[in-house]
Design a protein around this ligand. Structure first.
Ligand SMILES: Nc1ncnc2c1ncn2[C@@H]1O[C@H](COP(=O)(O)OP(=O)(O)OP(=O)(O)O)[C@@H](O)[C@H]1O
Ligand SMILES: [Mg+2]
Length: 264
């Protein structure tokens, strides 16, 4: 059984007043009748041009936004039927890593508080047990305890992404949506984060939906690749197949634009 079963998932956003007058309103089918399985332990790479609906799909899967129609099963359970309490438990299993993990965070929070926050909200833990767990998480992402008392702005982009990853791992999730986690980073720093994500996947048996514009990164990490175009999945298959015999024009152009690059 797949970890996620997505069936006919659709998200329509209303647009504002039509610029042509007459009060007619348009809509954007950001995600349009998407059906897809994500297998436990795999990395599904999601590529597609800007505005094709990748982030919307990722947010729907975590129920950060509600779909217009369709179904999502997580580990066999109907995600959209889950009530508040059930969703609260399910949320622990599903996390997201953003391009800039601190864009939305209080810059006055110390790293220790950033990573502890999900533990305080979701786990009953003594302060001592929590400190031990936070230290473990820091080590898992390659930072040491001197980071605990410092503030996000004191770190480089790559280190900040490590902190964001530690926070995402705090509740031992099974599924992680990584939405362009390395696109804001220099190539070499991004490669280190990509390696870290691969290592964490092996260590913790994680399943990823990995959204990226970078074909070298996708190629390195993804088990399978799904190509999104105007809200639809136009092509999905094993990484080797999609990169050697792409069928959709967007995939072809993406591959043509990709210089050969090594990720060490
Ligand atoms: N909250 C919203 N309200 C209205 N329209 C939205 C909203 N969120 C996204 N959209 C629209 O839905 C479409 C898909 O957006 P989305 O952010 O999912 O694309 P994307 O593939 O992630 O793009 P990018 O590669 O630039 O991140 C776009 O047309 C976008 O303008
Ligand atoms: Mg996006």
């Amino acid at each position: 059984m797949p970890l996620l079963e997505i069936r006919s998932l659709t998200k329509v956003f209303p647009l504002g007043e039509s610029i042509f007058g007459g009060g007619a309103k348009g809509e954007v089918r950001a995600v349009d009748d998407v059906s897809l399985d994500i297998q436990a332990g795999e990395t599904l790479g999601l590529v597609g041009e800007s505005g094709s609906g990748k982030s919307t799909l990722g947010r729907l899967l975590l129920r950060l936004i509600e779909p217009t129609s369709g179904n999502i099963r997580f580990d066999g359970r109907d995600l959209l039927a889950a009530d508040h309490g059930a969703m609260r438990r399910l949320r622990r299993d599903m996390q997201i890593i953003f391009q800039d993990p601190f864009g939305s965070l209080d810059p006055r929070m110390r790293v220790e508080d950033v990573i502890s926050e999900p533990l305080i909200i979701h786990e009953r833990m003594s302060a001592t047990a929590r400190r031990v767990r936070v230290a473990e998480l820091l080590r898992a992402v390659g930072l040491d305890e001197s980071a605990l008392r410092r503030f996000p702005h004191e770190f480089s982009g790559g280190q900040r992404q490590r902190i964001g990853i530690a926070r995402a791992l705090a509740l031992k999730p099974r599924f992680i949506v990584a939405d362009e986690p390395v696109s804001a980073l220099d190539v070499s720093v991004g490669a280190q984060i990509v390696n870290l994500l691969a290592q964490l996947q092996r260590e913790f048996g994680l399943t990823y939906l990995f959204i990226s514009h970078s074909m070298p990164v996708i190629r390195y990490l993804a088990t399978r690749i799904a190509v999104m175009y105007r809200g639809k999945i136009v092509e999905v298959g094993p990484t080797e197949q999609i990169t050697s015999t792409p069928s959709h024009p967007y995939t072809k152009s993406l591959l043509a634009a990709t210089p050969e690059m090594e990720i060490a």
